[in-house]
Design a protein around this ligand. Structure first.
Ligand SMILES: Nc1ncnc2c1ncn2[C@@H]1O[C@H](COP(=O)(O)OP(=O)(O)O)[C@@H](O)[C@H]1O
Ligand SMILES: [Mg+2]
Length: 297
């Protein structure tokens, strides 16, 4: 993973003309190649203990963009708010089984809980407010931090990517998500104070890596709600790159109301407004993560 990434080169000799929104030369991202078989999934958590930074939006839309590139994707709603499930058109009061049942009841199997989404190749493990009880009940379980990893194990051979939408806290549910993951993506809104709390998140990730899950890597930091017209957004991007270097994705997600519109419609922006900038940004992010991930994803 430490070898130079294949796309880390400027797009043109005149790098200045092709500076991307992060202030670095924008690389040419390779077109994702189709996969011939599925399995050996990479598990990635969307994590930031701050709410409203784009975790759920990134989970839905990165997942949908990866599915467009032929990957089999499982989305895991791991927030008791259930925004991911609602954003994919599910009614929280009409769910039969949720991830809560899968975590807490021994006789419930993955297949009974997984539901298809409107996006071909993308499935969902739904959640609702029941999951908040799991946080309390898990405390008394043996290997409480490994519970999600255990229940997700059968999914790994069937999917290429599992994306876990974490709740805005660093509690036991999020520790479970990090323990089950190969990578973490940290969405950060391009606002002042966005960097507050990131040190604590990094400490949590480091602790999980040391004590529970040596595979855990930070796959990237994603600037969201970017507005290139404001000095403010550009300064936050600059500070992000100073602090995190090449961990910061070249792709940034611009601020647009299309995201909330697509949530109301209960579908990803890649289908709701397929040719919008927002949809294209998430397709670009999909290319960038596929180029960063080990090449079997
Ligand atoms: N790039 C964006 N531009 C504008 N609004 C956005 C963007 N990304 C997310 N949103 C909106 O901001 C709100 C919070 O986003 P969400 O993805 O739910 O954050 P989180 O899961 O981190 O709490 C939602 O209403 C969502 O539609
Ligand atoms: Mg959310």
């Amino acid at each position: 993973m430490t070898e130079p990434l294949p796309f880390e080169r400027p797009a043109a000799p005149d790098a200045k003309a092709t500076l991307g929104p992060t202030g670095r030369p924008m690389p040419v991202l390779p077109e994702p190649q189709p996969v011939s078989s599925h399995g050996n999934a990479r598990v990635v958590s969307m994590c930031n203990q701050k709410g409203g930074v784009g975790k759920t939006t990134t989970t839905i839309n990165l997942g949908a963009a990866l599915a467009e590139y032929g990957r089999k994707v499982l989305l895991v709603d791991f927030d008791p708010q259930g925004s991911l499930s609602v954003g994919l058109g599910l009614n929280p009061h009409e769910m039969d089984l949720t991830i809560y049942n899968l975590l807490m009841e021994k006789d419930v199997e993955l297949d009974e809980v997984v539901v298809p989404t409107g996006v071909p190749g993308m499935d969902l493990l739904p959640s609702n407010i029941d999951l908040s009880a799991a946080e309390v009940q898990l405390v008394h379980e043996v290997a409480r931090e490994q519970t999600l990893q255990r229940v997700l194990a059968p999914a790994l051979e069937r999917y290429d990517v599992v994306l876990i939408d974490c709740q805005p806290s660093l509690g036991l549910l999020t520790v479970n998500a990090l323990t089950a993951s190969d990578g973490v993506i940290v969405p950060l809104e391009c606002e002042y104070f966005a960097l507050r709390g990131v040190a604590l998140l990094k400490t949590t990730i480091d602790k999980v890596r040391e004590r529970l899950n040596p595979r855990l890597q930070i796959d990237g930091v994603l600037g969201t709600m970017y507005d290139g017209r404001t000095l403010h957004s550009r300064e936050v991007m600059e500070r992000l790159v100073q602090a995190w270097g090449d961990t910061v994705f070249h792709t940034v997600i611009r601020r647009t109301v299309k995201f909330s519109d697509s949530t109301v419609a209960g579908e990803p922006i890649t289908t709701y407004a397929s040719s919008s900038t927002g949809a294209d940004s998430y397709r670009q992010l999909a290319k960038e993560v596929l180029a960063r991930w080990p090449h079997d994803a």
